[in-house]
Design a protein around this ligand. Structure first.
Ligand code: GDP
Ligand code: MG
Length: 300
């Protein structure tokens, strides 16, 4: 490699829910998410994080649709965009959960079948396997599923082998100038990140009871000396409100307390946070409503 050569490219992290994609991304980015608001270079992707190490800049992107809910509108979006979006990246990291291959993995695999760029299979959560020999006999069955450029067993949680994955990714990026300044690591707005924080708490606190198609909208965000943040948690039906609110409002309170801690970390200051639970009937089948919730603003 010559001194003046630089490498830069887009990398999609795909996989069914719960395999550890977010954990992996956080691990790669070192969990430091500073916020700026530069526009992404392409409208087909949302940029999740940018990592610059010397000559190599890796831009991790979200691929719309590939792990979305299976409602009609979302399915349409998936068909329209997922394959195309995957064609526009330089590398795909396909994340699976150790030795558990499911139908949902199969679905993701089918979306990857036409992808021209190299696909790396990241076999995550190997730390959770007591018997590592199970993995050894399992890995060969994965090589038959697709022409992976590499199969890397790793643990996103512990960080094991994540450096191996990163080096492999770097070796596959095209020679190109860097698209972002070296100090920038995301293009997500604080508003978006706050919504994600609240959504994470809802998912954790409600677990299996989480109503289908719950979403969060940050309604107001005024900065005085203490920012006042007001967020709406949208559910689909009246009957789902009590699930989110809990007995005597306990759940909503817990969601609020935990969200506030993380939002304060994000913004580096104290905030007031108000949460509301509202009903938006049938929004998941309405593309306009999806758009207003930020699901598809990257499709234009
Ligand atoms: P995503 O839905 O694919 O983004 O998955 P998450 O990153 O949210 O992870 C889902 C769950 O798997 C969380 O409870 C994580 O803590 C857990 N998890 C992620 N990576 C690992 C790992 O390497 N080992 C173990 N044991 N658990 C993990
Ligand atoms: Mg995730």
């Amino acid at each position: 490699m010559q001194n003046n050569e630089t490498f830069c490219g887009y990398v999609a992290i795909v996989g069914r829910p719960n395999v550890g994609k977010s954990t992996l991304l956080n691990r790669i980015l070192g969990e430091k998410l500073s916020i700026t608001s530069r526009k992404p270079q392409t409208t087909r992707h949302r940029i999740l994080g940018v990592k610059t190490l010397g000559a190599v800049q890796t831009i991790y992107v979200d691929t719309p649709g590939i792990h979305q809910l299976e409602t009609h509108a979302l399915n349409r979006l998936m068909n329209k965009t997922a394959r195309q979006a995957l064609k526009d990246v330089d590398v795909v990291i396909f994340v699976v959960d150790s030795v558990k291959w499911t139908e949902e993995d199969e679905l993701v695999l089918s979306l990857l079948s036409n992808v021209k760029c190299p696909v790396i299979l990241a076999v995550n959560k190997v730390d959770a396997l007591n018997d590592k020999t199970v993995l050894l006999s399992y890995l060969p069955t994965l090589t038959e599923k697709l022409n992976f450029v590499e199969i890397i067993p790793l643990s996103a949680k512990r960080g094991t082998n994540v450096d191996v994955l990163e080096r492999k990714v770097a070796s596959l990026l095209p020679e190109s100038p860097h698209y972002f300044p070296a100090t920038q690591i995301t293009d997500r707005s604080p508003r978006f990140r706050m919504g994600e924080i609240i959504r994470e708490k809802i998912v954790r606190i409600l677990g299996e009871e989480l109503p289908y198609a719950t979403s969060v909208e940050i309604e107001s965000f005024q900065i005085k000396h203490i920012p006042m943040i007001s967020a709406i948690i949208w559910v689909e039906r009246d009957g789902q409100k009590p699930i989110v609110i809990g007995k005597n409002g306990e759940r909503l309170k817990e969601i609020g307390i935990r969200s506030r801690v993380d939002i304060e970390k994000l913004l580096g200051k104290k905030v007031h946070l108000r949460l509301w639970v509202k009903v938006r009937g049938g929004w998941s089948d309405d593309e306009r409503a999806l758009k207003s919730l930020g699901y598809i603003d990257f499709l234009e």
